[in-house]
Ligand binder design. Sequence first.
Ligand SMILES: NC(=O)c1ccc[n+]([C@@H]2O[C@H](COP(=O)([O-])OP(=O)(O)OC[C@H]3O[C@@H](n4cnc5c(N)ncnc54)[C@H](OP(=O)(O)O)[C@@H]3O)[C@@H](O)[C@H]2O)c1
Length: 302
Amino acid sequence: MHRASSNATHPKKTILVTGASSGIGKQTALALAAQGHTIIMHGRNTRKTQEVRDWIVERTGNRDVHAHVADLSLMNEVARFAADINAAYDHLDVLVNNAGGQFGSTREVTAEGHEKTFAINTLAPFLLTNLLLPKLQRSPSARIVTVASESYRQAGQPILDDIELEGHYSMARAYGFSKLYVWWLMRQLDARLKAAGVRNVTVNTVEPGSAATALQRESIRKSPWMLPLIILWLPFIRTARHGARTSVLMASSPTVEGVSGEFWGNMRRKHINGKWISADGERRIWDYCERVCASYLTDVTQ
Ligand SMILES: NC(=O)c1ccc[n+]([C@@H]2O[C@H](COP(=O)([O-])OP(=O)(O)OC[C@H]3O[C@@H](n4cnc5c(N)ncnc54)[C@H](OP(=O)(O)O)[C@@H]3O)[C@@H](O)[C@H]2O)c1
């Protein structure tokens, strides 16, 4: 069912998928490998990532699948990972920022001092995308696809004077805002690329819908009260493979060639209520992430 078949519909691309060792990212990498592309799959655990790489090769017959490992909660690891990719590949056609995390009801900070959800879901895709942008610009037609979530609608009004939620933490806010902010960052990036006259890189955000994955495992472990809510939600949960469909569409389908600056879900362009769009908010989040990541961004033309 998944044998590799690079063809005129899917000309061969070099595609990096983060968080490809599990869930939606694993299914995204599998489907794209089956289309015959070169797949750079990222995970955080060497053995698990290598096992998933071997499973994809076995299922698709595509041997052009390569495992790389990095902990994306740490920006020095993101920078090291980006340097490895920049050294190993001549160009990139597609970057799928898929890796993500959700944590418990107590605020946690990384060894670098950042709220953990924000670090993985917002800062990491911001830094990785910026550091890989020169490689993407070497492609005749590059795509950046970032996996967000509609959970921002349950998080309430963004708290822009406390971006890392030092005084306002809750699990719902941390996760929802991290996904709203990464979407805002991708809107900003799209606007900045267009303003700079860059025509060969598109930037889109996707929402996978509710999919049965390991995403909630840490939040349930740390906040067991969530379990009944998730059980009630089970009838609405789809498979990880179903959740991957929109990422795969935006990563490789010729039908969306040139589409940029949009939010897609369930294989369609989504209409976003204007109350979630804020030019001022986008700039403030961009500036914040740029400040936090400044020491890693010195070589990149902004
Ligand atoms: N499932 C849903 O209903 C849903 C809904 C909306 C949005 N999303 C988004 O979809 C994306 C994929 O999530 P999923 O549901 O497939 O969850 P998942 O099964 O937990 O997969 C998450 C992936 O990210 C990796 N990851 C987590 N923390 C990391 C870190 N610190 N450094 C590097 N990699 C890390 C995981 O590695 P390991 O394999 O080692 O854990 C895994 O490969 C996420 O961005 C999530 O927010 C999911």
